[in-house]
Write a protein that binds this ligand. Sequence first.
Ligand code: HEM
Length: 316
Amino acid sequence: MSSRVPFKPQQVDAPLTQSATFLVLSITDTADAIRTVRSTLASVGDLSKNVSIRDLSASFACTIGIGSDAWDRVTRLPRPAELHPFPEVKGNKHTAVSTPGDLLFHIRSERRDLCFEFEKQLLDTLGDSVKVVDETVGFRYFDVRDLLGFVDGTANPVGPGVPTSVLVAEEDTPVIGGSYIVIQKYVHDINSWRTLKAEQQESIIGRTKFDNMELDDAPLQQQQSHKSLATISDSNGNEHEILRDNMPFGSPGSGEFGTYFIGYSRRLWVIEKMLQRMFVGEPPGLHDRLLDFSTPLTGTTFFAPSASLLETLDDD
Ligand code: HEM
């Protein structure tokens, strides 16, 4: 690919952008559906180039994820070792629901019109082979804040930590270079959240609101913050990070205030453990207080294969 086009297919760690579209599709049972999906996925790099060339400075990127139920039909290749449907997580008070989805397109750009144009061309190409399950348009809010007012994404890995925590390596060679993706579309009860004092909000999140300083973990067995519950170590004490590119979405006119959570990981179990700790609590019973103000409407797991694997799909 020419270095003049700043676009890499399946670039999981693409820059944070001003705009993003999260498009979840299901594959229909029309006669040619699988063939159309395979050829579209194989050539999606060309579709991306069509759009990204129109503004080289707009950091266009599209990452495609394939859901567990669709993997065999679409790829006809060995399954990623950990790939399975999103498991519902039921806590005493809150539930992480599991919802369907065969394909995910995570479309990012500095410009809303590029995201729009790509989505239009993509859906034209896919035709009646797919149905839209959910389409959410996200925007970047002041200082990379979520709509609860906190800077979101600070603890993401950087530099060499990104591939180490995000891309499958020698542990699963058939899908090397791919990444597990979990999405959840949350809506906030913004009016209740606003009744809390800033200090109460800060102890729920685990960071200060204005200047984004990290707070200490609570003593063991006590109510932990979101940041502490989402920090995962394995039995050897190694911490495992994930890469998040959450986006605010919503509309004040219709009273909708949301956060679209998207997490990329080399190991699916790491994100699932975060969800267990958030919804069930650690210790169990002390769930993440963020959930008293945030409800997930969706929950779906995908696998983003490497660009070279995607290109092989158009072989029939
Ligand atoms: C309503 C939805 C959510 C909101 C508004 C939210 C917001 C935040 C904020 C403000 C932080 C602190 C700053 C930062 O490091 O990014 C944070 C940290 C984090 N969140 Fe979330 N989050 C949400 C859901 C989730 C979910 C569902 C997961 C995982 C399944 C998750 C995983 C993490 C992780 C790994 C961290 C970093 C922890 C660390 O300091 O190492 N978040 N989140």
